[in-house]
Design a protein around this ligand. Structure first.
Ligand code: MN
Length: 129
């Protein structure tokens, strides 16, 4: 059972905050700074969940999500889009690309991890303490 979350995010400050919050809740966080390396990492070790920035250099997050969903070995891994795009259309595009959820930046430290964990498959959910 994977206890790893893959974070695909090109902004160092955003990576730092998300990683800090997730690690505080016991998650191992693996990073990729662009779509191609994120896809390679996901294929090498399928994570429990993928947090996906939409605004990435070269391949955008929508394309990353489509490629993940096209891979039979990874299609079941939940993807949560994280984006500062404010337009409602971006949420719909993220969901159409295969993302299960959508979190807006700036992330709220009070609710971020709960929002992420809400999208985990049952076998990766934490038992209440
Ligand atoms: Mn970005």
């Amino acid at each position: 059972m994977s206890e790893t979350i893959l974070l695909i995010e090109d902004n160092e400050n955003n990576r730092y905050l998300a990683t800090y919050l997730l690690q505080a809740r016991g998650w191992t966080v693996v990073h990729a700074v662009d779509g191609a390396s994120g896809l390679a990492l996901a294929a090498a070790t399928p994570p429990a969940l993928i947090l996906l920035d939409i605004q990435l250099p070269e391949m955008d997050g929508y394309e990353v999500a489509r490629r993940l969903k096209a891979d039979a070995a990874l299609a079941a891994v939940p993807i949560v889009a994280v984006t500062s795009y404010a337009m409602r259309n971006d949420r719909e595009t993220a969901l159409a690309a295969g993302c299960q959820g959508y979190i807006e930046k700036p992330i709220d430290p009070e609710t971020f991890v709960d929002s992420v964990e809400a999208h985990l498959r049952p076998q990766h959910r934490r038992k209440p303490a």
